[in-house]
Design a protein around this ligand. Structure first.
Ligand SMILES: CC(C)(COP(=O)(O)OP(=O)(O)OC[C@H]1O[C@@H](n2cnc3c(N)ncnc32)[C@H](O)[C@@H]1OP(=O)(O)O)[C@@H](O)C(=O)NCCC(=O)NCCS
Length: 239
């Protein structure tokens, strides 16, 4: 009787995928980690046997199930009232005051031509949000004023990316960023630039680097609060 590694069989067949969801629910309900053996004869019967140690594929099953749980919706100003309460609550949870955006600011950016806003939704709940707008909208910032692309209408400035703390670490932030890149490319932008806080937003740095970003400036004392470090990285990615 072959033992099938959960994540792989889940990807190969919808029927097996449902079986794996069942196993996952059982594991969650029982609070125990089971080693699962699927009996493949006729493709119907399945059973699990003795409790065993945590195995690598158990984690993979969870990831497969959860990755499929969200979808990304593009939003404009007319959609804002529907999602704003949840977005602002996540904004509050995610950021220390120095990085928190006001609702007025987000609405103003979203209303601009060339703005790109999206939400990641799971079961009608916002799990994440991202927003960018033309670089020229952000020229009150010193690092934007120093950007050689300013005035050329080539660059989307990544203004905000947040994932609900309860849903972080499940690929939603990376999916929103990859989606933003695709939309920016389709909208005719040549670059995306943005700033992330050293220390507090290293995951953002990781996502951006994996998607092709490189540092163009290191910004010392970029945030005016008493949390160390106060530095940021200004990055750019070519589309
Ligand atoms: C930054 C943020 C949007 C990332 O979203 P996320 O959904 O948690 O990130 P993902 O699950 O897509 O993870 C992306 C990568 O970071 C890694 N990662 C995620 N959380 C991590 C953690 N706490 N520690 C270390 N690595 C982590 C993931 O393993 C993944 O790496 P991989 O691509 O090599 O597998 C989210 O953490 C967040 O909202 N943070 C607070 C707000 C913030 O700082 N926003 C950035 C503004 S510049």
């Amino acid at each position: 009787m072959p033992v099938h590694r959960g994540g792989i069989s889940a990807l190969l067949s919808p029927r097996k995928f449902h079986l794996e969801i069942g196993f996952h629910a059982l594991r969650a309900a029982s609070g125990r980690v089971l080693s699962v053996r699927i009996q493949m004869d006729e493709g119907r019967a399945s059973k699990w046997d003795q409790p065993g140690p945590l195995t690598a594929w158990a984690g993979i099953v969870v990831t497969v199930v959860e990755l499929q749980a969200h979808h990304i919706l593009d939003i404009g100003p007319a959609d804002w009232p529907r999602w704003s309460g949840q977005i602002m609550a996540i904004e509050q949870e995610c950021f220390e005051p120095a990085r928190r955006e006001t609702e007025e600011h987000l609405i103003a950016v979203l209303a601009e031509e060339g703005a790109l806003g999206s939400v990641a939704v799971e079961e009608q709940q916002v799990a994440g949000f991202c927003l960018g707008g033309p670089l020229e909208l952000f020229c009150e910032m010193e690092w934007v004023r120093q950007d050689a692309e300013l005035g050329r209408r080539t660059t989307l400035y990544a203004d905000d990316l947040i994932v609900s703390p309860a849903r972080q670490g499940h690929g939603i932030g990376a999916a929103l960023k990859a989606h933003q890149i695709e939309r920016a490319r389709a909208s005719g932008y040549k670059f995306i630039s943005g700033r992330y806080r050293v220390g507090l937003a290293e995951v953002m740095g990781r996502i951006s680097r994996k998607l092709g970003a490189s540092e163009i400036r290191y910004l010392r004392n970029s945030y005016q609060d008493d949390i160390e470090p106060r530095d940021a990285v200004y990055y750019r990615m070519n589309l």
